[in-house]
Design a protein around this ligand. Structure first.
Ligand SMILES: [Zn+2]
Length: 237
């Protein structure tokens, strides 16, 4: 971790292509600019996310994977792993947990960012997607304690301890990241998900949310997280 609290390596674990762009991409763009190596793990292909009558799951999965890769390119994220689970059917199963343990042990991220599995409602007009909750739950379960346990799924790699978890969407935020420098990059990355946005321009909405978060800490635009520190910086090995 550098003196601005930016880790050397980070892993994003989300349910769908576009989840990270909506929520945490300003932070990711800031971190990759500072030299952080970021890896995405996208649990589903988002292959049910359409109302288009002539679309198939297979075709949509391809579109959404390529949109996610384009968004990652804008953010400076080079590596994206798709676990290939079906959209709308994600559950925090042992199989998913083991897949995530394998990814964590392989890439050895200092920080993992994921969504809050306890978030059921958003404001007064949104019920959080069950896939988002499932991805967050499986991610947290994979991080602690599974990834660090040598006798648990030894075939999934050598144990690794994640130092910090950045949870998005928790009401008890304790870290605000100033994304004023990268909000335009975040919006550009989000716009790569054209199959989801159609004619909608997300600029105003993203700016409104980010300004609201920023206002709490006297920042222009911010993303806020509940950060759980599992390994103190002094304990770096
Ligand atoms: Zn989603």
């Amino acid at each position: 971790m550098d003196r601005n609290g930016i880790p050397n390596s980070a892993m994003v674990i989300v349910a769908h292509p576009d989840d990270a762009e909506f929520t945490m991409a300003g932070t990711l763009a800031l971190w990759t600019r500072a030299g952080c190596r970021v890896t995405y793990v996208v649990c589903t292909d988002g292959n049910a996310g359409t109302q288009a009558p002539d679309m198939t799951r297979q075709k949509l999965a391809q579109i959404r994977r390529s949109e996610q890769r384009a968004a990652c390119a804008r953010l400076g994220v080079q590596e994206v792993i798709f676990l290939g689970y079906d959209d709308g059917q994600l559950v925090p199963s042992l199989r998913l947990r083991r897949d995530l343990v394998g990814a964590i042990r392989h890439y050895k991220p200092e920080v993992v960012l994921t969504s809050d599995p306890t978030r059921l409602f958003g404001r007064d007009n949104y019920i959080n997607h069950p896939d988002h909750r499932a991805a967050g739950q499986a991610a947290l379960d994979a991080i602690a304690p599974a990834s660090a346990m040598p006798l648990l799924w030894p075939e999934a790699g050598d144990p690794h301890r994640v130092h910090q978890v950045y949870v998005y969407g928790n009401d008890h935020s304790n870290v605000w990241v100033d994304i004023s420098e990268t909000i335009d990059t975040k919006i550009a990355a989000l716009r790569e998900h054209a199959s989801q946005l159609e004619d909608w321009d997300p600029t105003d909405r993203i700016k409104e949310w980010s300004a609201e978060a920023g206002q709490e800490q006297g920042m222009g635009y911010a993303e806020r997280f509940r950060v759980i520190t599992l390994v103190q910086p002094e304990g770096d090995d």
